[in-house]
Design a protein around this ligand. Structure first.
Ligand code: HEM
Length: 112
């Protein structure tokens, strides 16, 4: 199973966090969930609609995501080739730029 998206901070905070998370996936570090979150290759318009739906459904009220926002994150995050870690996402939930820097540092330390 996958986690509930209702009241998910990762989904409902800064839209860049949710967009980056879906584009890059989440690294599987434990057995909390049976499945894993792979990077999802959706067009910017479809991803904007999917995220807008998720952020305004099941009691979520964090608002729509635009295609332009998805395109912007896709571009800024284009160097990232590693899935994100939950600890990173949670540490930088309110600061997407710091999240991006942390992920790029980890990636470069791993020599990738
Ligand atoms: C547009 C499509 C998708 C969106 C918007 C989305 C969104 C999310 C979000 C926001 C989280 C973090 C939730 C939280 O813990 O607060 C998450 C985690 C997860 N998602 Fe997705 N997801 C998508 C597609 C998928 C697909 C296709 C699968 C599986 C086939 C999947 C499986 C999972 C799993 C297993 C996790 C937990 C990962 C872990 O912590 O190890 N997701 N997803």
């Amino acid at each position: 199973m996958a986690p509930t998206l209702w009241q998910s901070d990762l989904l409902n905070s800064d839209p860049s966090i949710a967009i980056a998370l879906v584009l890059k996936g989440i690294e599987k570090e434990n057995q909390d969930y049976a499945s894993f979150m792979a990077p999802v290759a959706m067009s910017p318009s479809l991803l904007a609609r999917a995220l807008s739906h998720a952020r305004t459904s099941w009691g979520n009220e964090s608002g729509a995501v635009s295609e332009e926002q998805v395109r912007a994150v896709r571009k800024t995050w284009s160097e990232v080739r590693t899935p994100l870690r939950r600890a990173e996402l949670e540490a930088y939930l309110k600061d997407p730029d710091a999240l991006l820097r942390a992920v790029l540092e980890r990636q470069s330390a791993a020599g990738k």
